[in-house]
Design a protein around this ligand. Structure first.
Ligand code: HEC
Length: 271
């Protein structure tokens, strides 16, 4: 009996430390940003650099007030969602619910499942072909699906030992220095957020995943979160990784969890 009680007690402890990690990691980040960017409200982190710099915010708002360059693409994504039969796949049947559910840790495969991963799988089932992971159809379809969940809050759950391990791996990747410049993601998006790097202001990691997929002027097209990961790795002169590889999926799990409580937005534009 005593043994049972101790086992139950330590299990309880394990679960609560598992759950506490995401919340305490995020709290530490929120406190850090309160210190370095005291005028930014939590909800405004969805706007990335535009939450920080008033001049670029004005341009951003003008773009949103006109016909934003992603509008047509997102609409097309909605048509493609139907045309390719993705509404017939049960994980995507309710698009708003699908956006909120992903990314999640799948206990059966012990892998992080991303929204784009699920779209790719359904597309393959329905059409019998592979879908690119970074741009084109996948970015349009994923953006349209996310648009159905606008105003709902990101709520990534890390609830098992396996999920915890994936989360920790993703977090470690984010904080590890790499590449020719020996920098980590955190060097730019945590410690130096709000500062200038050449012509760019560095965005804070909080809110990073609320508006993806997005349209970037630099790309002149839409791209997924992993397309952006790839771009930042290149900027760091680090070894490139393929979109949807396990490393990126684990990082996304951590990265999205740090936006927990922030609203998904349809303002999918960055310069
Ligand atoms: C040398 C600095 C630097 C490093 C290191 C870096 N980035 Fe970036 N990143 C940028 C710049 C500059 C931008 C464009 C301006 C902005 O939004 O911050 C950007 C943009 C982004 C965005 C889009 C933000 C938005 O609001 O649309 C994401 C997501 C991102 N980076 C993730 C990462 C990840 C993940 C890593 C590590 C693999 C990383 N970055 C490493 C400089 C960096």
């Amino acid at each position: 009996m005593k043994k049972l009680i101790t086992t139950v007690a330590s299990l309880g402890l394990l679960v609560s430390t598992v759950l506490a990690n995401v919340a305490s990691d995020q709290k530490a980040l929120i406190n850090h940003f309160k210190t370095i960017l005291p005028s930014v409200e939590f909800a405004d982190y969805t706007n990335g650099v535009y939450a920080i710099d008033q001049n670029s915010r004005k341009q951003f708002e003008e773009i949103l007030d006109g016909i934003p360059p992603y509008e047509e693409a997102v609409e097309k994504g909605g048509k493609e969602y139907l045309k390719f039969g993705l509404s017939k796949c049960s994980p995507l049947k309710d698009p708003a619910a699908a956006r909120i559910k992903h990314p999640y840790f799948d206990e059966a495969t012990q892998q992080v499942v991303t929204l784009e991963g699920t779209i790719k799988k359904c597309y393959q089932q329905q059409i019998g072909k592979k879908l690119d992971s970074k741009k084109g159809k996948i970015a349009r379809i994923s953006a349209w699906i996310s648009d159905q969940a606008v105003g709902q809050k990101i709520n990534v759950k890390v609830e098992s030992a396996g999920a915890q391990e994936a989360y920790e791996k993703g977090k470690t990747f984010f904080y590890t220095k790499r590449g020719q410049f020996n920098m980590s993601c955190a060097d730019c998006h945590v410690y130096n957020a709000g500062k200038k790097a050449r012509a760019d202001i560095l965005s804070p990691v909080l809110g990073h995943t609320t508006h993806l997929p997005m349209y970037r002027t630099k790309w002149a097209s839409m791209g997924t979160l992993h397309r952006r990961y790839d771009g930042c790795l290149k900027n760091m002169r680090a070894k490139p990784l393929k979109a949807q590889t396990e490393t990126f999926r684990n990082m996304e799990f951590f990265h999205q969890a740090m936006s927990n409580g922030l609203e998904i937005t349809a303002d999918r534009y960055r310069k």
